[in-house]
Design a binder for this molecule. Sequence first.
Ligand SMILES: [Zn+2]
Length: 187
Amino acid sequence: MLSALIKKLLFVRQFSIDEGKVEILGERHVMLPDSALLELQEIDPTKFYELMKSSALKQLQDFVDHARVYKNLKDVLFGDIGKLSRKLGTGEGIVKNLQDIFSIYGLEALEIPSLDNAKKEAVVRVRDSTIARAYLNKNKARSRKPTCVITAAVLAAMFSFLFGKNVDAAEDKCMSQNSTYCEFTVR
Ligand SMILES: [Zn+2]
């Protein structure tokens, strides 16, 4: 089943796969297999993290700009994303929005067991990480360190946007090691 966000984007023609082009909000995307992404991030994890974080942050800002420009988009879609950073206290709606946005990356579903807007900290879990699974498929053995660099980068971008402050996401537990889920501390 399509994610709620993708359905809404399709409805307002802001998501398309046509004539060799994948476009989300007017920006072209390239779909890559998880195994290729795993290799790419391993070339230079630190650099990859920084690149992906700034790219995801820009995309989030584009979402908000689009919502301002296109009224139809605003109505069905980003009703309150633009106000998220000022309205964090409202709880469930925010978490749902975060989960929707995260879902379009294909990095699996997000859980947020703890979110503290005053301290600008959060704990985030991913149950069946795409990247950790790719690692286990490739290596047939557990990893010695967490492997989900791209996931951490996207989370860092999302929460930096939300908190209105530059934060990072550190992966403390990873499914590629010995954990049943991946867990990230954002601060
Ligand atoms: Zn992981």
